[in-house]
Design a protein around this ligand. Sequence first.
Ligand SMILES: Cc1cc2nc3c(=O)[nH]c(=O)nc-3n(C[C@H](O)[C@H](O)[C@H](O)COP(=O)(O)OP(=O)(O)OC[C@H]3O[C@@H](n4cnc5c(N)ncnc54)[C@H](O)[C@@H]3O)c2cc1C
Ligand code: SF4
Length: 235
Amino acid sequence: PRVRARYPVLAQAIIHGGSPQLRNKATVGGNLMQRTRCAYFYDTTKPCNKRQPGAGCSALEGLNRNAAILGASEHCIATNPSDMSVALTALGAGVEAMTATGAVRALTVADLHLAPGDTPHIETALSVGELITAVTLPPAPTGGQVYRKARDRASYAGGLAMVAVAGGQIALGGVAYKPWRALKAEAALAAGQTPAAAAEAELADARDSGRNAFKIALTTRLTVAAIAQAQGGKS
Ligand SMILES: Cc1cc2nc3c(=O)[nH]c(=O)nc-3n(C[C@H](O)[C@H](O)[C@H](O)COP(=O)(O)OP(=O)(O)OC[C@H]3O[C@@H](n4cnc5c(N)ncnc54)[C@H](O)[C@@H]3O)c2cc1C
Ligand code: SF4
């Protein structure tokens, strides 16, 4: 009840994930750390730099309909599929982690996942054996909170694009190797620009790999709709 009352964007994001069966079994740490759904990562007959460093990336010229449009590298264009993490990123949440030797440290959800660069097999800032033990939320932001998800089916489907708005803070999902904090969009809104201008500012650097070109327009429209809804306007 406290999450629903203070952080509705987080409650909405979680309810958009998977199915009731998955939500009732999955853990917070597991959802934060879930791997990409790039099909080639799981197909051991195809090259994949994330699974086997230096092997090549089959998605670059292959089935890349749901590949990244932001933050990708020539070595990996996989996306992070989590819903919950997008809301956590918009809220500026942190994680507490404990190493195998018992040392405890804190980091932000935004800093948890590492850019693919030329080492896409190194996915997070956690060391081997390090365990997420808690998630911390800052005070609830002032302003509307909204989570929107575009997907191929109305239920039980991973997102093509997700947007979380928490007051003046925005994060995008399904578009990059991590939940993508939309700092350019936030700056545009803070400067008094329209939701459309804010979305365009964030997506100006977006790049497609062919079959995922539609995601740029989709994410732009979804971002505009989510911001407008959070601001109390039409969506
Ligand atoms: C059919 C299907 C549909 C799905 N749809 C969605 C969706 O729409 N949205 C969405 O967000 N997710 C979706 N998921 C993903 C699902 O939410 C994740 O599989 C789930 O959250 C993982 O949680 P788990 O506790 O089972 O983690 P596990 O699968 O047990 O673990 C996942 C990874 O995290 C690591 N890990 C687990 N806990 C910790 C910890 N505390 N610290 C460090 N590492 C840890 C594990 O070692 C493993 O590498 C879907 C999954 C399936 C199978
Ligand atoms: S996008 Fe990443 S996960 Fe997918 S095939 Fe390429 S290297 Fe592997």
